[in-house]
Ligand binder design. Structure first.
Ligand code: PLP
Length: 290
């Protein structure tokens, strides 16, 4: 099959695992009838691969399978088949440290699909690290876009435009991430990360009941806080209160724990707690417990 490309467009030659086999170039295409392609009816997982091993595989699979079931998707591929596919993709590109994305779509309406559409790709890690992750000097802004996420906020769906636009605004002014705030002033999360603040020596993060993404890294950080004896809890935070925090940090599977140096151009007083958690996170990853 040859995919008709828009004039001037070029299809990358990256290998993709799609519905059971590795394809490249023109073959790496999805149906225009798939509800994922037409309506953004898809969910995905982004995971980091350390020295050939996907980190927190079980947690990512639980989130994917749960979301597929709750959103009424057809059955996604077996986790063991997806794990094998990742191995094949890494070998095909000789990658050891990588970012893998698993995308599952609602498939084509009308028939009786027993399986969801699915594809997986792997990219070298370096291409995916944010400027602030590489430099250790991350900057964040409070997004000027109002986010009232509603119940869909708890799912990692492929309908990403609002989140992407918020982050692109941050990047355009030299920042790494945009913090999303609701119309009532509640701090929710980053456009591609969960957010934590340190106030009065306590680590605070918005609750899942605010319908934010239940981040895999967020859960690991809360577990590490308990192990290290750092007081931590979920609590509704007002964006206005960010001015009084000692530290602010962001978490996601690729950037890990990102201490924020400046918020809206203002330097934050300390990065001690996030740095300590980052060191513990790296140890946890090295031990590959999940
Ligand atoms: C909106 C949003 N919140 C939080 C996260 C962090 O999730 P995880 O730690 O599972 O990567 C992401 C990851 O991309 C995200 O897009």
């Amino acid at each position: 099959m040859s995919w008709p490309l828009a004039p001037g467009a070029r299809q990358p030659d990256t290998p993709i695992w799609a519905n059971g086999r590795i394809v490249r170039g023109d073959e790496a295409a999805t149906s225009l009838f798939d509800r994922g392609t037409r309506d953004g009816g898809g969910i995905f997982e982004t995971l980091r691969v350390y020295d050939g091993r996907p980190f927190a595989w079980q947690r990512h699979m639980e989130r994917l399978v749960l979301a597929a079931a709750e959103l009424g998707f057809p059955v996604p591929p077996r986790p063991s088949a997806m794990r094998d596919a990742i191995g094949e993709l890494l070998d095909a590109q000789s990658l050891r440290d990588a970012v893998v994305r698993i995308t599952v779509t609602r498939g084509i309406a009308g028939g009786r699909p027993t399986r969801a559409g699915a594809w997986i790709d792997a990219q070298p890690l370096g291409a995916r690290l944010w400027r602030g992750t590489r430099s250790g000097d991350a900057a964040a802004i409070v997004s000027p876009l109002v986010f009232d996420l509603g119940w869909m906020g708890a799912y990692k769906t492929t309908s990403r435009m609002a989140w992407d636009l918020a982050r692109e605004q941050a990047i355009a002014i030299g920042a790494d991430e945009a913090l999303l705030v609701s119309s009532s002033g509640e701090l929710l999360e980053g456009s591609a990360s969960n957010v934590f603040v340190v106030k009065g020596g306590e680590v605070l993060t918005p609750p899942l009941s605010s319908r934010i993404l239940p981040g895999v890294t967020r859960a690991v950080v809360l577990q590490l806080c308990a192990e290290l004896g750092i007081p931590a809890r979920e609590c509704v935070l007002q964006a206005g209160g960010l001015r009084e925090c000692e530290s602010l940090f962001l978490t996601n599977s690729v950037q890990e724990i990102l201490p924020v140096a400046t918020l809206d151009g203002r330097a934050l007083p300390s990065r001690d707690v996030p740095q300590r958690l980052l060191a513990a996170y790296r140890e946890h990853v090295a031990a590959q417990r999940d």
